[in-house]
Write a protein that binds this ligand. Structure first.
Ligand SMILES: [Zn+2]
Ligand SMILES: [Zn+2]
Length: 477
């Protein structure tokens, strides 16, 4: 039992329309369902689809009969033959029958005779087995329970680990004292997210008895989200897909193995027909407008002009994956993940834990009032934002409010891991108990005026401590 078996005849035609569009036929249309005249679908072949060589003449019109039956016999072939003959078209015509089943021998013989007669139309028979092959070659899985989009192509992700680590390094530059060499990738993953790059054209003219009152000629490239409910991708994702549309890589490319610890491929939620339908409806909605005009009788009229479904053509609908890359690193007790779309040499950061203080994650960098989702604004704001600081003691990345200076070594320490001590009424921060005790010992040795001065937060005590330590060491020797 396969998908094609389960379809109704009408649905089978719809699937065939998608198949033909994908094969490169132009103006693929289903015939009005008034009477079965032996043609369910009509379309044009510019010479790029059929096996005949490209000619300079007009494109070949193809008249297709779709038969969702186990067996197609000679009378069906004859009917399609005459439908091709009577088809009104000023140029070469081809007859075709597509079936989920098979053709009887007499049916095949009849079609072959017609096809081989140079005076007659070309005749093409497509049976169930041909359909499986065709489906595979154009990426439609016709036999897998749904009319699933089978897509093997992704906008090229980086294929080496160095590039991924490079992303970490540049994210690390957001942190004042985090040297890039501290940061190495502990886990890399890529998730292939389904998107569809579409090109649509609207060509509509609205006429009344006073003539044309409104016209729409518009062409648009858009990108649709391929998982979940059909919707447009965000503007920045659409720009990324559009700018990198030529840069493709097969998702089972071996070289991905070296770069990524994990690879996931998400499925396309809908079939091409559903995306196409959505696009048409969306373009109709967007171009619907109300027009006022004055009639011959001098009366003002108002008319709603909405392009019809046939005024919208989906010129291309290209399923492709967009690589969503995650690179994780660990610093001390903390794990940081960087998530970005990395495609065709471009990147679009989705989330960077390097840009958050670990002690107040929700209140991002304490910057007053910027929206966390507008990435461009964030970049602008980041210049004014207080710098995040790396705590070498525990690995935290912290905002100024959660960063102090370690009293003994003079390096930043975060409030999360620091131990504190009170000296002359001031709170001092230390990496640990040992540093606090070392400082306490040095403090005890200080003359009173030094104690006061030191505790006003002047020069780091490190030099003094080293000196004392040195003297102690010499004493021991
Ligand atoms: Zn903080
Ligand atoms: Zn810390």
């Amino acid at each position: 039992m396969t998908l094609l078996d389960e379809l109704s005849g009408f649905e089978f035609e719809a699937v065939m329309v998608e198949v033909f569009r994908h094969q490169g036929y132009r103006d693929v249309e289903r015939a009005e369902r008034i009477a079965d005249e032996g043609r369910d679908v009509t379309m044009l072949d510019d010479g790029t689809v059929g096996d005949d060589s490209v000619s300079d003449g007009p494109p070949t019109a193809v008249v297709v009969e779709c038969k969702h039956t186990d067996v197609v016999s000679r009378p069906v072939v004859q009917k399609t033959h005459s439908a091709a003959h009577t088809y009104q078209y000023d140029g070469p015509v081809r007859a075709a029958i597509a079936t989920t089943g098979r053709f009887t021998e007499p049916a095949r013989e009849y079609a072959e005779r017609v096809h081989e007669d140079p005076q007659d139309v070309e005749f093409e028979l497509i049976d169930g087995e041909d359909l499986i092959e065709t489906g595979e070659s154009i990426g439609l899985d016709l036999y897998n329970g749904t009319v699933e989009i089978v897509c093997e192509e992704s906008i090229a992700p980086p294929t080496d680990r160095e590039t991924l680590e490079g992303y970490l390094e540049s994210a690390a530059t957001d942190v004042a004292n985090l040297d890039e060499w501290t940061v190495g990738a502990t886990l890399t993953a890529v998730r292939f997210e389904p998107v569809l790059a579409a090109e649509t054209a609207v060509d509509a003219k609205f006429e009344t008895d006073v003539g044309v009152i409104h016209e729409v000629t518009d062409r648009e490239r858009s990108v649709l989200d391929g998982h979940g409910e059909i919707a447009r991708s965000s503007d920045d994702v659409a720009q990324l897909v559009d700018a990198t549309r030529e840069d493709r890589l097969s998702i089972d490319h071996q070289s991905l193995e070296g770069a990524y610890d994990r690879t996931d491929v998400e499925r396309f939620a809908g079939d091409l027909g559903a995306y196409r339908e959505w696009l048409v409806g969306d373009r109709q909605d967007r171009h619907e407008t109300t027009v006022r005009y004055t009639g011959d009788n001098g009366v003002e009229y108002e008319q709603t002009c909405r392009p019809g479904p046939t005024d919208v053509s989906v010129e291309s609908l290209d399923p492709v994956y967009l690589p969503h890359v995650a690179v994780a690193t660990s610093l001390g007790e903390y794990e940081y993940e960087l998530e970005l779309y990395a495609a065709g040499g471009r990147t679009l950061i989705q989330d960077a834990e390097f840009r958050h203080c670990v002690h107040c994650e929700d209140d991002r960098m304490h910057v007053g009032s910027h929206p966390a989702d507008a990435s461009e604004d964030n970049d602008a704001d980041r210049e004014h934002a207080p710098t995040l600081t790396y705590c070498a003691n525990c690995g935290a990345i912290a905002c100024p409010e959660h960063t102090e200076t370690e009293r003994l070594v003079g390096e930043p320490v975060c409030t999360g891991c620091a131990v504190t001590g009170r000296f002359a009424g001031a709170t001092k921060h230390f990496y640990d108990e040992t540093n606090r005790e070392t400082f306490a010992a040095a403090y005890a040795e200080m003359p009173i005026h030094r104690k006061i001065r030191e505790n006003d937060g002047l020069v780091a005590l490190l030099v003094l401590v080293v000196f004392i330590a040195g003297v102690t060491a010499i004493g021991v020797l």
